[in-house]
Design a protein around this ligand. Structure first.
Ligand SMILES: [Zn+2]
Length: 282
């Protein structure tokens, strides 16, 4: 019963959101039906991820409307998740960690992959961190047991959460942190506004050219990066929204997805204003 599970996640502080469900034959129960290319994986809420909550009354209300909703969990709050979607991804992860995978919670996804839960790193989502491995952090969400996968399989616990989540291994965090950011002029910037304008142009260009499958993640990263500049007072938020929306529309993303991604990415970015040190892993 997905309501019981949703309430349990919320009691542990994990924000929950109702997600669409694949019906018979894997057809999504959203308005697009068989034409939906993210069957059973996208939020039912207009503002998507940003409406995720731990409020039991709200959760009960949602599940009254949609008793069979898949259970989405916002990442980056209580946990980050390594999303392994293939045998190759599992092999790559084990190889990276020298065979030493922390004995934390693991979910068998309905599609045959696995999710490994870790304490939040403070970083955002990363697509194709390794072949077959994505990372879900700030501004992301994952499906959780007992959700139904488009293939008909259910998400199940391999190992349930115990008292404390394991810390993300250093090798993994180094990969998530990525190569050092492009050289930034020594601070204080002589023309911080000019630097910010260049960043705005580069990020919108990246979003506009993003390929299917990477569009949402590219938009999320751009919103996060520019949100940091907004937080530092170097860019105007409405201008950033306007430019990123236009770029994302050009790339073919839908309005609702753009709105949700912009909101979460900008919010996360503003919390780490440019010029301040990023937070350390919790
Ligand atoms: Zn759908």
């Amino acid at each position: 019963m997905s309501l019981t599970a949703a309430l349990a996640y919320a009691r542990h502080g994990v924000p929950v959101l109702p997600v669409h469900t694949p019906g018979p034959g894997g057809v999504c129960d959203c308005g697009r039906g068989a034409r939906c290319d993210r069957s059973g994986k996208h939020p039912r809420l207009r503002h998507g991820l940003t409406e995720a909550t731990t409020d039991p009354r709200q959760i009960r209300l949602w599940w009254t409307f949609w008793p069979h909703a898949n259970v989405g969990l916002r990442t980056g709050v209580v946990m980050d998740v390594a999303d392994v979607d293939s045998a190759e991804g599992w092999h790559e992860l084990r190889h990276l960690l020298g065979g030493d995978v922390p004995p934390g919670p693991q979910v068998r996804t309905g599609g045959g992959g696995r999710h490994l839960w870790f304490r939040p790193t403070g970083y955002g989502n990363r697509v194709r961190l390794l072949p077959g491995l994505d990372w879900r952090g700030c501004g992301g969400y994952v499906l959780a047991p007992p959700s139904r996968h488009v293939s008909g399989g259910d998400y199940r616990w391999i190992r349930r959460p115990a008292v404390a989540l394991p810390v993300s291994p250093a090798a993994l965090v180094a990969l998530i942190a990525g190569p050092p950011p492009p050289p930034v002029p020594p601070r204080p910037l002589r023309r911080p506004d000019r630097y910010a304008e260049a960043a705005l142009e580069a990020e919108t260009d990246r979003v506009a050219r993003a390929v299917v499958g990477a569009r949402n993640d590219t938009l999320n990263r751009a919103a996060f990066a520019l949100g940091r500049l907004v937080g530092a007072g170097l860019l105007d938020e409405s201008e950033v929204r306007w430019e990123l929306t236009a770029a994302a529309r050009h790339a073919g993303l839908g309005w609702a997805e753009i709105r949700g991604t912009l909101r979460s990415g900008l919010t996360a970015g503003r919390r780490q204003p440019f010029g301040h040190r990023p937070p350390h892993a919790a």
